[in-house]
Design a protein around this ligand. Structure first.
Ligand code: HSE
Length: 412
């Protein structure tokens, strides 16, 4: 009986994790799939590097050698950036291989085309590892929430940013030091600007949006801000108020479109994101039948990401044509419109409270230039346009102002 022949493109943190997991979980894979999974080839960037790879595996820098292998069933892609990954995966599908990818940037840009092409060639696409590391959020949305109408998704989707925010707050480390640690642990992207400026979370949010809503916001309408403006002082002020900074990607459906936002926000300890620390990610799904569900788990790193890839390896091999019909698109439904809500906002970068012209509910002499105001998003947004140094962050959840403690109290 011939086994399932797999090629792994890329042998960085994720590629190596996948290779090692295929070895360590050989028995489970054979039992579930009824055949042995064999890594036939690995595409590497540089040939002359010592690696622990079995000698019968073809290790090459040339994709052509891989695509011409006499038997190839699944191509697993763990490279970064759009190209050459997109081209390699297109060619793999055209050759009749299932594909599994961990590449969020490429998949946010080209996922739709790859899925369309895969349908034409009767093969499957696994992309669980593109969003939220080891958390099975894609399959949860795709397979387990078929009848629920999802109206909103909020997520901590970048492990590196969450790790940095946690290190800065808990250990009072500097931003650069925390980032270096995240790099050493294999969490950060090759270009960490993608992590800390919110691009990575943005790509993941767009992939989630397609799964949950069948469509995505116009990319240029999505406000994107990373964590580089969050200083130790801001964290101290937030802590005094019982709040923590989290980098949150939000998707919200209204009757016309999907609204997206990728930006730091503050949460109190009743919020499910408050205790999501270190490299953890979390995804909070609001839907009509079940209510709110929070999925939480490791968002980056060798084995959490390998876990998502390996589960996809099983999924693409077990997928039956009959499942295609049940893999339906999310239903369209009307969403009740509400007036723009008044919320609480954490503001900094303004010199005079009096210049705010908003309802200031908190300020503190120890934290000059930091305020909490009660306003609508349009009001704070307008002010930020006038005050070029101003930054504003939402306090998430339903907030009540505790006038005894002089701090917000977050009710979920
Ligand atoms: N750099 C990414 C992160 C890796 O930190 O979340 C996982 O996608």
């Amino acid at each position: 009986m011939t086994g399932i022949k797999v090629a792994i493109l890329g042998f960085g943190t994720v590629g190596e994790g996948v290779y090692r997991t295929i070895q360590s979980h050989e028995d489970e894979l054979t039992e579930v799939l009824g055949k042995k999974v064999e890594v036939a080839a690995i595409l590497v960037k540089t040939a002359k590097k010592a690696r622990e790879i079995h000698e019968r595996v073809l290790v090459t820098t040339d994709f052509e050698e891989i695509i011409r292998l006499p038997k190839l069933d699944v191509v697993i892609e763990a490279i970064v950036g759009q190209e050459p990954s997109y081209t390699y995966l297109k060619r793999s599908i055209q050759r009749g291989c299932h594909i599994v990818t961990a590449n969020k940037e490429m998949f946010a840009h080209h996922g739709k085309e790859l899925i369309g092409l895969a349908e034409e060639h009767y093969v499957q696409v696994g992309f669980e590892a593109t969003v939220a590391g080891g958390i099975p959020v894609i399959q949860t949305l795709r397979q387990l929430l078929k009848i629920n109408r999802v109206s909103q998704i909020d997520g901590i989707l970048n492990g590196t940013s969450n790790f940095i925010l946690t290190e800065m707050r808990e250990k009072k480390l500097a931003f650069g030091q925390s980032l270096r640690l995240a790099q050493e642990k294999g969490y950060a992207e090759a270009n960490p600007v993608n992590d800390v400026e919110g691009f990575d979370a943005f790509y993941k949010a767009m992939i989630l949006s397609r799964i949950a809503f069948g469509t995505e916001p116009s990319w240029q309408d999505v406000e994107r801000e990373g964590i580089t403006n969050i200083t130790g002082d801001l964290m101290l002020a937030a802590e005094k108020l019982g709040l923590r900074f989290k980098h949150v990607a939000s998707l919200r459906k209204d009757s016309h479109k999907i609204h997206g936002l990728v930006k730091p926000a503050l949460v109190g300890n009743e919020h499910p994101f408050y205790h999501v620390e270190g490299v953890e990610n979390a995804v909070n799904v609001h839907s009509d039948i079940v209510g709110r569900i929070t999925l939480q788990g490791p968002g980056a790193g060798m084995f959490p990401t390998a876990s998502a890839v390996i589960e996809d390896l099983v999924y693409v091999n077990q997928f039956h044509a009959a499942d295609q019909a049940s893999n339906r698109k999310p239903a369209s439904f009307e969403v009740e419109e509400h007036d723009e809500a008044v919320g609480y906002w954490f503001i900094h970068g303004v010199s005079q409270a009096s210049s705010l012209g908003l309802n200031v509910v908190w300020s503190d002499d120890d934290f000059a230039g930091i305020y909490i105001v009660k306003a609508t998003k349009s009001e704070v947004g307008q002010l930020a346009q006038q005050e070029s140094t101003m930054h504003y962050y939402a306090i998430l959840g339903e907030i009540q102002w505790d006038s005894v403690k002089q701090r917000p109290s977050v009710v979920i």
